[in-house]
Design a protein around this ligand. Structure first.
Ligand SMILES: C[S@@+](CC[C@H](N)C(=O)[O-])C[C@H]1O[C@@H](n2cnc3c(N)ncnc32)[C@H](O)[C@@H]1O
Length: 273
């Protein structure tokens, strides 16, 4: 097969995936797509994109496995714990100013460890300020494109390994002790789980005080990343914060409205307050 034929077969395959499952393949980095599709092809013992396209037509379960492979959903509670520590003084200020009426969005939440981390961070701010009774006014929107991830976020049952980066006293304070561990009901209550495609939909319920979108934009091409950064800038309240993943950097027009507050932690503040 010539490189041109290979390229044509790859394009036809990604169009087929988009038609069948609505995943906007052309917004993802081609390198990532090829690598992940390659993993599934090897697992099924096929050697060309055409063969794999045929296999998908015949076996719809393979679409589920492919989508799992494409939407990598590795995550942890308090992933990069130092980032969450760096956010504490700002969280305390926000909590005090809003008397607990705070809004966050975990965009690309995977199995829920991130939105429950935000809920714990809110609860801790309330505790530090002696205002725990205001806690139910907080809300965390947890969104993802992947159905299985959303089900896991709803179910909210976690194995011990998910807690390896979380300070143990916080795990004890906010999760049941027996395995699988669950968040306490007051935490569970403030997390709202929604299906949402970042490549095509507006922000679910702006304005937000905090948007956490970590280790997600890295899979998108530059144009989609730029579009998303503008969407986040638009969806944040003035003075609100955006948290990106440790290896992600903001660029494009959104830089006029989002200033880098903590370079090491990739924390950006929305101007205007
Ligand atoms: C590596 S996980 C990141 C999880 C978490 N944010 C963290 O940093 O621990 C990437 C998540 O992005 C989600 N994702 C990929 N494409 C998406 C899209 N178009 N819209 C919404 N979520 C998407 C995947 O399903 C996956 O759960």
């Amino acid at each position: 097969m010539t490189p041109e034929q290979d390229e044509r077969a790859f394009r036809a395959l990604t169009r087929q995936i988009t038609r069948a499952r609505g995943l906007a393949c052309d917004s993802y980095k081609e390198r990532c797509l090829r690598r992940r599709i390659g993993v599934r092809m090897r697992a099924r013992g096929v050697h060309t994109f055409q063969e794999y396209a045929r296999l998908l037509e015949e076996d719809s379960h393979e679409y589920d496995r492919l989508l799992d492979a494409l939407t990598i959903n590795v995550t942890k509670f308090f992933r990069n714990a130092e980032t969450w520590r760096a956010l504490e003084p700002w969280l305390d200020g926000l909590w005090k100013a809003r008397r607990g009426d705070v809004r966050a969005w975990s965009a690309g939440c995977a199995s829920g460890e991130e939105p429950y981390t935000v809920a714990v961070a809110f609860a801790e701010a309330a505790r530090r300020l002696g205002q725990a009774s205001l806690f139910p006014r907080a809300r965390v929107d947890a969104t993802d494109i992947d159905r299985t991830s959303l089900e896991r976020t709803e179910t909210a049952e976690y194995a011990e390994a998910a807690f390896s980066e979380m300070p143990p006293e916080l795990a004890r304070r906010y999760f049941t002790a027996e395995s699988p561990r669950r968040p306490l009901p007051e935490l569970r209550r403030i997390v709202r789980v929604l299906k949402h495609d970042l490549t095509s939909e507006p922000a679910p319920a702006p304005p937000y005080d905090l948007i956490v979108c970590r280790n997600v934009v890295i899979y998108f091409d530059r144009a989609m990343q730029e579009r998303l950064f503008s969407l986040f800038a638009e969806a944040l309240a003035p003075g609100g914060m955006l948290l990106l993943g440790k290896v992600e950097t903001l660029f494009g027009p959104a830089r006029e409205r989002l200033v880098l507050e903590e370079p090491r932690e990739r924390i950006y503040r929305r101007t205007g307050a």
